[in-house]
Design a protein around this ligand. Structure first.
Ligand code: FES
Ligand code: FES
Length: 217
């Protein structure tokens, strides 16, 4: 027989419980009316906002966001740049990949307020249907997608992977750290391993990246 205790603790319940404990703790120290009043007047924890300035796809943007808003949600919900996708929202799928100051990051793992003054590039900034980036063209030519949900993140990562290899940044498959890193299938697969494709278009994604690398050689 299961114990008569509900172990399903939710974050909201926990926070409310914490606030209640704090209020009762203050009350037990003597001034219960004052403590209750302060508890009621206090803003909900974490509701502060901050104004941040970003350069997004070459355009200066200023927005005021709740401090808890991720860069991903700022892009999608506040700037309507929905090309950057939300898959897991936990740093596990790579769908939210964009570049910040030239480095690829998982935007779901980064708070918008951390990027004041930064330069952000999303999939909308690298090409249009009329003037596609070479990596976008290669993905089309090699059928590097099926449903397309992971594709913006794949393309963002793929462009950086080639740059990272050419810059000699080592990976786990790099044996001799002093040797020049070759653009091999293993090297590309390793560096793209943070971008998951549920449709399993990996072979074609690899072909697209290889094509761009060879064209640029
Ligand atoms: Fe960011 Fe999955 S949505 S890694
Ligand atoms: Fe569907 Fe990658 S193309 S998840």
């Amino acid at each position: 027989m299961s114990p008569p205790i509900d172990f399903r603790i939710r974050r909201r319940t926990l926070l409310q419980g914490g606030a209640a404990v704090a209020a009762f703790g203050a009350a037990s120290n003597g001034n219960s009316a004052q403590a209750q009043s302060q508890s009621q007047d206090a803003a909900p924890a974490g509701s502060e906002t901050t104004t941040v300035s970003l350069t997004v796809n070459g355009e200066q943007r200023e927005l005021t966001v709740d401090n808890r808003v991720t860069l991903l949600d700022a892009l999608r919900e506040h700037m309507q740049l929905t090309g950057t996708k939300k898959g897991c929202d936990h740093g596990q799928c790579g769908a939210c990949t964009c570049t910040v100051n030239g480095e690829r990051i998982n935007s779901c793992l980064s708070l918008a307020v951390m990027h004041d003054g930064d330069e952000v590039e999303t999939i909308e900034g690298i090409g249009t249907p009329q003037t596609m980036d070479p990596m976008q063209t290669a993905f089309v030519e090699n059928d590097g997608f099926q449903c397309g949900y992971c594709t913006p993140g794949q393309i963002q990562s793929a462009r950086k992977v080639i740059e990272e290899i050419r810059a000699g940044i080592p990976s786990h498959v790099t044996g001799d750290l002093t040797a020049e890193i070759a653009i091999t299938d293993a090297e590309i697969r390793e560096r793209m391993s943070g971008n998951i494709c549920r449709c399993g278009a990996y072979a074609n994604i690899l072909a697209a990246i290889t094509q761009v690398a060879e064209d640029q050689a």
